[in-house]
Design a protein around this ligand. Structure first.
Ligand SMILES: CC(C)(COP(=O)(O)OP(=O)(O)OC[C@H]1O[C@@H](n2cnc3c(N)ncnc32)[C@H](O)[C@@H]1OP(=O)(O)O)[C@@H](O)C(=O)NCCC(=O)NCCS
Length: 101
């Protein structure tokens, strides 16, 4: 990830986004640096990358992770379904956003 994506500060990785087209598989910002726009920058990068080949972006989030769900919804993601993940014993929320139009 290039530094202009907001994921590197002072030569240290402070945020990561991983794509498994068309799914945003993982997004993480170092604790203590959250709420400063790094996650938004990473999401912008992910959506631009996915938008080249896909009409929609999709991601999953544990249902108790309310801060992240609020973050995704504020970016235009809408819930499409929920399911129980046996491996974690926790419900997961599937969200989707249209990238075109
Ligand atoms: C979710 C996450 C990637 C967001 O990254 P971030 O750098 O905090 O996001 P931003 O700074 O761009 O904030 C965007 C908005 O979300 C809010 N927000 C989301 N999570 C927040 C947090 N933990 N602390 C502060 N603000 C948060 C911000 O207030 C901001 O709202 P605003 O635009 O109205 O001001 C980050 O909080 C994180 O790594 N969380 C832990 C890992 C995780 O749960 N990942 C998602 C798994 S589904």
């Amino acid at each position: 990830m290039a530094s202009n994506d907001g994921a590197i500060r002072n030569d240290r990785v402070v945020g990561v986004v991983a794509l498994d087209d068309p799914v945003i598989d993982l997004i993480w910002v170092k604790d203590g640096l959250r709420g400063q726009g790094i996650g938004s920058s990473l999401m912008d990068h992910a959506e631009q990358t996915l938008g080249a080949d896909h009409d929609d972006a999709e991601l999953e989030c544990f249902s108790p992770n309310l801060a992240s769900l609020t973050f995704y919804r504020s970016r235009g993601y809408a819930e499409v379904r929920r399911y129980y993940e046996a491996a974690s014993g926790i419900d997961k929320v599937v969200l989707r956003k249209t990238l075109v139009g």
